[in-house]
Design a protein around this ligand. Sequence first.
Ligand SMILES: Nc1ncnc2c1ncn2[C@@H]1O[C@H](COP(=O)(O)OP(=O)(O)OP(=O)(O)O)[C@@H](O)[C@H]1O
Length: 258
Amino acid sequence: MTTTTSPVIEVIGLHTRFGDNIVHEDINLTAYRSEVLTLVGGSGSGKTTLLRQMLGLGNPSQGSVKVFGYARNDCGHDVQKSLRQRIGVLFQQGALFSALTVFDNIALPLRELRVLRECVVRDIVMLRLDMVGVQSQHAHKMPAELSGGMIKRVALARALALDPELLFLDEPTAGLDPSLSDSFVSLIKDLREELTLTIVMVTHDLDTLVAISDRVAVLADRKLIALGPIPQVITVQHPFIENFFLGVRGQNALRALQ
Ligand SMILES: Nc1ncnc2c1ncn2[C@@H]1O[C@H](COP(=O)(O)OP(=O)(O)OP(=O)(O)O)[C@@H](O)[C@H]1O
């Protein structure tokens, strides 16, 4: 994997507090073009909050989050709109609209652009379904008729509908059994190469983390306590890192790196 040095996301001097609850203290972090950066940390360490700030869904109390060079909490409507088109998101929950077919779920972001003819929308939807390995006969099914693995794939197709440069994955393999999880991870690996995606992921799953990440950012004690490739991160002495990476599950997952 080759990364170039251009920053896609820059988190600068970020502090977050909700009332008396201080979540982040002086977080500084950069995600570079075409890398997979994974956020880990214990429950409540502020991973989701940081992801939401990167998406422009929440503001830090201090500091800034820049995406493609634009400060998320200080850009106009047109910039926000163009950023939305350059970013895809796979949410852990509520991945698909239950009242819409597979086809309409994937078509939604395309139709929202209000510039594409329906025949073009159709071609793009079918292309995206093919990309994620879902056969076209499933296009007119409702989400309730799909297996968990298929729902993830369709949600990924929707996240990729607008051909984004940056993809956020929130617990992408949560709820999948190990074999479905492995095949979803290989799909993400293939697509990130094919589409030159920059990926920012939150996961608790060590196998997923080891399989996809170029660098890992570890949040604990309100701070960024480690940032780098896994072999470097596991040398940092901190109870979270020792429990997470160096327990039995961690050791098993880390064997994949050898
Ligand atoms: N909108 C909000 N209002 C008040 N407190 C919030 C809000 N969003 C998050 N928090 C608090 O911020 C802290 C960090 O939450 P966050 O969901 O970001 O953690 P997390 O690392 O993603 O946790 P988990 O791994 O359990 O999902 C928690 O104490 C949470 O209660």
